[in-house]
Design a protein around this ligand. Sequence first.
Ligand SMILES: Nc1ncnc2c1ncn2[C@@H]1O[C@H](COP(=O)(O)OP(=O)(O)OP(=O)(O)O)[C@@H](O)[C@H]1O
Ligand SMILES: [Mg+2]
Length: 256
Amino acid sequence: MVVKLLLEINDLAVEVSGRQVLEHIDLYIDQGETHVLLGPNGSGKSTLFMAILGFPKYKVTNGEIIFKGEDITDLTTTERVRKGIGVSFQNPPSVRGVKLMDLLKVESGQDPKDEKLSPQIKELANKLKFDQRFLDRDVNLGFSGGEVKRSEILQLLAQKPDFIMFDEPDSGVDIENVELLADQINVLLDKEKKLGMRKKSGLIITHLGYILNFVNADTANVLLDGRIACSGNPAEIMEDIREEGFKGCVECCKVN
Ligand SMILES: Nc1ncnc2c1ncn2[C@@H]1O[C@H](COP(=O)(O)OP(=O)(O)OP(=O)(O)O)[C@@H](O)[C@H]1O
Ligand SMILES: [Mg+2]
């Protein structure tokens, strides 16, 4: 079996509004693998997410991002999304005047002029507890925290990307809805298949790690002050963080 490297980040440095937020970031994610990115508030997790997605405000000042063997460091966000990168934002914007239903049609490749949503997407919407009244609402406008997260996952199910980044998918979500979201994240990441058969890869950003009770990850990476401080077994790293907090990671880095 040949394992393909899907995402490769080499010595990445990122500047935001004139401030160097990330430095010396190396990250390698194989096809079929799920990585977790842990780290305290302000450590740079969302900045890395935005830089991989290619938001212009997040300026790459060093290093490169390789996706499917191609250097995408200078590509636009649209080009990256077309190549198979999908995201669930920590705080997505509301889109006034665009119905969730119409966005889903575009994301799933359906003709936007179709009156109805395709039965497949309608079924996915129902699984995520969205009825027609909800699908007729403007994207994220007035949605509750949990509804926003469910809407992000539904859009990813419509889009079917090869590599998906989830920025805090479990924050502000109640227990029943975390389980519902986790079920669909497992679908998105091909978790029902054996590792060698999986085509989809993911990067899950979380500071509490609650979602990891429901979604298996292969590797955890801890980001501290803009640098990856350590990488390893997610269960072991989570246990250490639960016991000693991220302060324990800081101490551990000093010793090593
Ligand atoms: N547009 C910006 N202008 C100035 N500073 C920024 C900007 N965006 C991010 N930063 C700073 O970069 C640092 C990293 O922020 P980032 O949002 O990446 O952290 P995070 O690890 O995602 O935190 P959280 O767990 O709270 O979501 C913070 O100190 C933040 O204030
Ligand atoms: Mg963040």
